[in-house]
Ligand binder design. Structure first.
Ligand SMILES: [Fe+2]
Length: 189
């Protein structure tokens, strides 16, 4: 496995549950994305994160209908190697995330995501897959650290999927390498 491939994700089992937040749903059944905040997180999870020195200040909720697939992207324009989330996934049986590297001489382009932020997009034919992970069910206390600074997508094959994706902070936002270190005791893969 290349260095980049080994930095895509880490699956975790956590000692406390994350309780799914009731988010407003659109009626059209289409993909949507909204911001969520620390005050909406169950107290056990806030306290546990606090016990390891972290705060999930804000994040995003993604609703994906079955058969939804994201375009290839990274979630930031600068310092992509250091961009990480803590993900909790409910439903979406068999949903998977894939990570890619850009082939030599191919180009990224700027796109706007569903919450109006500028990010980089990529054509699938310009990229090579480097890693994949089937998402684990957070009803069983599973969570995943995601490196969103590496080109990635999500493929949701069979049922609705709800994902809560959190930015983690100390005094400032914590990078992938530091998070991978902090969460090491709860790694399962
Ligand atoms: Fe992303």
């Amino acid at each position: 496995m290349t260095d980049l491939a080994s930095m895509c994700y880490r699956n975790l089992i956590l000692p406390v549950p994350f309780i799914p937040i009731e988010c407003e749903e659109t009626q059209d059944g289409k993909f949507h994305e909204i911001y969520v905040y620390e005050r909406q997180i169950n107290r056990d999870m806030v306290d546990w994160l606090g016990s390891i020195g972290l705060r999930a200040m804000h994040g995003r909720y993604f609703y994906s209908p079955s058969t939804h697939r994201y375009n290839l992207h990274v979630d930031i324009l600068e310092n992509p190697d250091e961009y990480a989330y803590l993900n909790f996934v409910f439903g979406g049986k068999g949903s998977a995330m894939n990570w890619y590297s850009l082939k030599t001489d191919q180009q990224k382009f700027t796109i706007t995501n569903a919450v109006g932020k500028k990010i980089y997009g990529y054509k699938e034919e310009d990229c090579e897959i480097i890693n994949t992970n089937v998402c684990l069910d957070s009803y069983k206390n599973f969570a995943t650290l995601i490196n969103a600074g590496i080109i990635h997508t999500m493929i949701n094959p069979s049922e609705e999927r709800r994902c809560y994706s959190w930015f983690l902070y100390k005094e400032k936002r914590v990078c992938w390498h530091e998070l991978a270190d902090i969460f090491k005791p709860w790694f399962i893969s």
